[in-house]
Design a protein around this ligand. Structure first.
Ligand code: AP5
Ligand code: MG
Length: 194
């Protein structure tokens, strides 16, 4: 089983790359952001809670996010592996994920970060905000709030995965195809080393 975390700031290209990688390696892609947006669209109770945080660019509380993630993994228990996109985003999410995967005889093979500078990310997100309908993309202060949340709560995960020897990074700037090729090569290399 191959379980990869795609890591990076808002707009780094996690979703874009996961879309390709999931087919290439036959993995199930779990994006907690997409799951929340589906819940918002379907007007579920969870969607209502999540929306109040997401629209402000804040993280949704761990207790809501973790249960949702666990159900998604359990519902796909026949998968060859998972690409986690946008999860974990806090140390406690990472700790729970490790314990949970262990209980299912699974583990994380690697956390791969897509590194992109803030001004490029801001451009990408503002541009998408013009067509996506995502409220968190439409206002520079909300975008910067997402970066602040990342710096405060998500950045510490880099050391968490480094200490487990599971942290890798590549530049997330360049064309989508160039980044995709680097990612495929890196994952193939990881598989070879198994
Ligand atoms: P989430 O949906 O995860 O959003 P995000 O991480 O803020 O950022 P994006 O999904 O917008 O970026 P991405 O890295 O996927 O890039 P993408 O491929 O889309 O989370 C949204 C919210 O949900 C959070 O703020 C939080 O409230 C909540 N949430 C989610 N998970 C949570 C968790 N675990 N805990 C708590 N709360 C959680 O690309 C971005 C744009 O750039 C696109 O338009 C794309 O076309 C373009 N692009 C991509 N690559 C390139 C390239 N190489 N060159 C030019 N343009 C590019
Ligand atoms: Mg995304």
């Amino acid at each position: 089983m191959l379980n990869i975390i795609l890591f990076g700031k808002p707009g780094a290209g996690k979703g874009t790359q996961a879309d390709y990688i999931k087919n290439y390696f036959d993995l199930v892609h779990i994006s907690t952001g997409d799951l929340f947006r589906n819940n918002i669209k379907n007007e579920t109770q969870m969607g209502l809670i999540a929306k109040s945080y997401m629209d402000e660019g804040k993280l949704v509380p761990d207790e809501v996010t973790i249960d949702m993630l666990k159900s998604e993994v359990i519902n796909n228990s026949k998968a060859n592996g998972f690409i986690f996109d946008g999860f974990p985003r806090t140390i406690s999410q990472a700790e729970v994920l490790d314990i949970f995967l262990d209980s299912m005889k699974m583990n994380i093979r690697a956390t791969i970060s897509l590194d992109v500078e803030d001004f490029i990310l801001e451009d990408r997100l503002i541009k998408r905000g013009k067509t996506s309908g995502r409220l968190d993309d439409q206002n520079i202060n909300k975008i910067r709030n997402r970066f602040k949340e990342y710096n405060k709560k998500t950045l510490p995960l880099i050391n968490y995965y480094k200490s487990l020897n599971k942290f890798y990074s590549i530049s997330g700037t360049g064309t989508i195809d160039e980044i995709r090729d680097k990612l495929v090569n890196m994952i193939n290399q990881l598989k070879l080393n198994d």
